[in-house]
Design a protein around this ligand. Sequence first.
Ligand code: TRP
Length: 447
Amino acid sequence: MKQRENFGSKLGIIMATAGSALGLGNIYRFPVEAGNNGGGAFLIVYIAVALLIGTPLMISEFIIGRRSRSNPIGAFRTIAGRRTPFTLVGWGGVLSAFLILAFYTTVAGWTLGYLGKSLLNHFDGQDLPQIQAQFTAFVDHPWLPIACQLAFLAMTAFVVLRGVAKGIERWSKILMPLLLVIMLVLCIKSLTLPGASEGMRFLFHPDFSKITGKVLISALGQSFFSLSIGMGALITYGSYIAKNDNMVSSAVSVVFADTLVAVLAGIVIFPAAFSFGIKPEAGASLAFTTLPMVFQQMHGGYLFCLLFFLLLVIATLTSTISLLEVIVAALTEEFHLTRGKAAWLGAAVTAVIGILATISMRSSNPLSIGGTSVFDILDHATALYLMPLGGLFIVLFVGWYMKKTDTMAELTNEGTLRSGIRKAILLVIRYLCPLAIAVIFISQLIK
Ligand code: TRP
């Protein structure tokens, strides 16, 4: 087999993982989930879960990836030395990648559409009802959202085709920090709007009585989704980490950056939403109505809006790349397809499911099962079921199936890094993570 590439540098793997993590999960999905789950109550659970479960799980995926140097399916087989039920986790991950990519590219298409709208200055001088009507008109358009989605998928396939180090690294390195800067500017604007403090109270004053089973599983699902964990995406990335990289500090940096951007998105969206009279439970339209309203009131709003949607498209692209990469790595290494065939085949299959998800977001929704849209079914199936289960088996594999000496060897880079804190991390992986995931998962099933 030909030698697998490594990421060019330490910064490379952090940036690529951050590129995978940062995306619509932070800027679109986090506010939607926080808005639907009581704001502050959700935020506090979310941060706890990201820290105590998300970080160790991300490290676990890195361990499996670097140890096996393989895609998620081959990884478990390589380490176990034979086929075990854990191989199913790999297949589940590839399935998740298809399902996530399908509905993710619906919203990714919207960002492309909104980039076009900002270029054409569609938000200038519009009031809230007009901006809301624009959103509805866009998602209800017979072909435009589908065309945007397909364009996004094609872009993704194109970048993935160009290979790991070159394709992914180049994009994420330069543009993610710029997105952070723009988010900071937006925060300041949002916080100075009249009535903004009510939004801050919503996000930062937890009402502990609102922490229900639903909030717990939603926060767990959101953190897995936002960190790209629980389905093997980071096993694939881990397989490209160099032997002497410190994956504990890489994981901590990524979780920190990811949480920071989600919280910043909350600080942009909620104060502004309350100020304009947009409900925090607005759901799909929350970001796509609040943000144009903010830009529209800013000096230089046209340029900021344009730059923001451009960066959002790119942040989203680095996420779709990581999803398609899971599919491509599996198809090339398990079925010996060429990279080119694998990328286009993956994109084509995704497109078929994805178009259904996009159509199901129309306001007169014909594509729903039992009152739930195809989009929400895909979202719930992955974030509330497949990823928690995948995460559970990943921590069980690293904590209990792998030899302790092997796990510690990976954690400490064959004994060259301090082992004290890493022993503690292993304990968290063995006990706290599986227990917490199982309890949250089962409590949801019982309800
Ligand atoms: N984490 C990304 C986001 O927040 C989405 C994403 C990319 C993802 N790759 C993933 C989610 C793998 C789950 C699994 O936007």
